[in-house]
Design a protein. Structure first.
Length: 143
């Protein structure tokens, strides 16, 4: 996983060089015939990954800080939202956050920077906070 994230950081830097060469700020502004495909990196159980693999947090931080404009996006999941797993710098660089039902208001604050997720009923209820700070209650299918 470390090698994959390292290669993703390098790919982000290559994309930034390409965007600079063409004087654009976002991947979508590149001519279609040279535009790299978007990438979505899904990390399931972030807490476990960070606990067992040194150096992963630095690579995730680098991707979270600037990879979005280069078309590389992160989806991070954890069963245990705590401040050690989701440090403030990493959280502040995530453009959207989704919270399902949690046990404690402190867990909701870690995910969303505010309480509320501890009051969700489960069964598809979730809160979504966009990068503009707006919080939405949504209901999805209970699977």
């Amino acid at each position: 996983m470390y090698q994959f994230l390292l290669e993703s950081v390098e790919e982000s830097e290559r994309r930034y060089a390409l965007m600079s060469q063409h004087r654009v700020e976002k991947l979508a502004q590149l001519p279609r015939h040279i535009r790299p495909r978007y990438r979505v990196i899904v990390v399931d159980e972030l807490a476990n990954l960070l606990k067992h693999h040194d150096g992963i947090e630095k690579q995730l931080m680098m991707l979270a800080e600037k990879a979005r404009a280069s078309g590389i996006h992160l989806i991070l999941n954890t069963q245990r939202p705590d401040a050690k797993v989701l440090d403030g710098t990493l959280r502040s660089n995530l453009p959207a956050r989704i919270a399902l039902s949690v046990q404690k208001s402190t867990e909701s604050k870690i995910i969303l920077d505010e309480t509320g997720a501890e009051n969700l009923l489960g069964k598809g209820d979730h809160l979504v906070k966009w990068d503009n700070g707006t919080l939405y209650f949504l209901h999805g299918f209970d699977v």
